[in-house]
Design a protein around this ligand. Structure first.
Ligand SMILES: Cc1ncc(COP(=O)(O)O)c(C=O)c1O
Length: 452
């Protein structure tokens, strides 16, 4: 059996394991290998992509298809795929823009950009009524950090260990994953970190609403008065820990008492994934700044947005974003079509209904198979934690990877986070029978790995 190695597996499964090579040898054609090798020859290598797993040729609906014609239900999709791939609304809207306004220089606005901003403000609760667009989530994080400095005159931030906010230097400074931070210093000054809700559950949090990590935050704030903002992912889209409402309500209260801006990074989780349009709506709080992205581009265009409360419109004299593709007509058309599609096809209601089905199936599996230590979910976002022992919670790293590759053999693709959490994010357009099939595939794969 393959040994657990010391590779950092926080954000996703990695590309250097023996299990992956074996899967490739057993499944990929000679032609696929030639492409993958060529890709690896020309692209810089990095731990979560190149050398790549496989080469795909098509994406449509809930599927990706490789060049050997194998199709996989995509329960990863880098979280751009709430409305699936090749969505009819998006393709039509983008094609129309391509024919009329393929690019909009930044000093001009355009109709579809205005419509998008209006729509974003309409779906967000007050006081979130101002928008700035960016060509990607990381850039939106950078804009938010700049806005905080401008609006508060303070440069320090609090963020969470183990969090991810993008891979640029400012984003990894507030981020908390060693995979991105190691060897990259010096990072941005003033980026203080605290333990996230889940990190030391039992040690820091006692489930009685006391939240020791927030006690520690208050302890810091009694000693630091230059904190401008706290930035966090309300629900991590990797290991899917979901703090209770009381956690966020207390955090909101701490921010208000200390004049600290609360930034929610909902880049992978907004737009229906958690059973609400915005993730914060699950917790009865409204952040001062919310960042969305990924699926906003309808699975075709890199799009992100920062929505802020109106009183933060204070940076007229500097450039917060200044991105070449700021009010991209194509991106805005894709985003607007995405929002309309989510509404027209009631994808948020669907996420809740199907999420309930997923919860029942996964919980049943947990009762049956000792290896499933925990099942956590919200909407159509689930984390299935595999452990060697339920008491010690030792991670079943090798088994998690084996389950993933077994699922791939049967046509289901997803990623593994933290080494042992199967992260399941189906497209919200998935049909009940398809989800049923995916759950059957998962269960059968777990059985096969256990039978070994
Ligand atoms: C929580 C979170 N923030 C920020 C980002 C960065 O977004 P992008 O890759 O679009 O720059 C990601 C991407 O995975 C993310 O998951």
């Amino acid at each position: 059996m393959e040994k657990n190695t010391e590779v950092l597996r926080t954000e996703g499964d990695i590309n250097l394991t023996k299990t992956r090579s074996i899967w490739q040898e057993n499944h990929l054609s000679k032609e696929s290998f030639e492409f993958i090798n060529d890709d690896a020859k020309y692209y810089l290598h990095q731990s979560l992509s190149t050398p790549c797993l496989n080469i795909i040729e098509k994406s449509y609906g809930i599927y990706i298809e490789d060049i050997d014609g194998r199709k996989y239900m995509d329960f990863h999709g880098n979280n751009v795929h709430q409305i699936g791939y090749g969505n009819e609304y998006v393709i039509r809207a983008v094609k129309e823009q391509l024919d009329t306004l393929p690019f909009s220089p930044r000093r001009y606005t355009n109709k579809v950009a205005i419509q998008l901003a209006k729509k974003l403000v309409a779906i967000a609760p007050e006081p979130l009524n101002k928008v700035l667009l960016a060509p990607g989530g990381t850039s939106a994080v950078g804009m938010a950090l700049k806005l905080v400095r401008k609006a508060t005159g303070k440069f320090k931030t609090i963020s969470m260990w183990d969090s991810f906010h993008g891979a640029s230097l400012d984003a990894i400074s507030v981020g908390g994953e060693a995979l991105f931070r190691n060897g990259m210093g010096p990072l941005m000054p003033g980026t203080l970190h605290i333990a996230p809700y889940n990190s030391y559950r039992g040690l820091f949090e006692d489930d009685n609403g006391r939240f020791k990590s927030l006690d520690y935050l208050e302890y810091i704030l009694e000693r630091e008065n230059e904190i401008g903002a706290i930035i966090l992912e309300p629900v991590r889209c990797t290991d899917v820990h979901i703090p209770p409402k009381e956690y966020y309500q207390r955090l909101r209260n701490i921010c208000d008492r200390n004049n600290i801006l609360m930034i929610f990074d909902e880049i992978p989780t907004a737009l229906g994934r958690t059973g609400k349009m915005f993730t914060f709506e699950n917790f009865g709080v409204i952040p001062d700044i919310v960042l969305i992205g990924k699926g906003l581009g309808g699975g075709v265009f890199p799009m992100a947005a920062m929505l802020v409360k109106g009183e933060l419109d204070v940076a007229q004299d500097i450039a917060l974003g200044h991105y070449t593709h700021e009010k991209s007509s194509l991106g805005c058309a894709a985003a607007l079509a995405t929002l309309h599609y989510i509404e027209d096809f009631k994808l948020i209601e669907k996420a809740n209904q199907l999420g309930e089905y997923m919860r029942i199936r996964l919980k049943k599996m947990q009762e049956q198979y000792e290896i499933i230590g925990d099942v956590r979910g919200i909407g159509l976002l689930y984390g299935v934690e595999l452990v060697l022992d339920r008491h010690s919670k030792e991670k079943a790293i090798v088994e998690a990877e084996q389950v993933m590759y077994k699922c791939m053999e049967k046509g289901l693709s997803f990623k593994v986070s933290q080494g042992n959490v199967l992260t399941l994010t189906p497209p919200l357009i998935i049909k009940e029978q398809e989800l049923e099939l995916a759950m059957d595939i998962l269960e059968q794969s777990i059985q096969e790995v256990l039978a070994k």
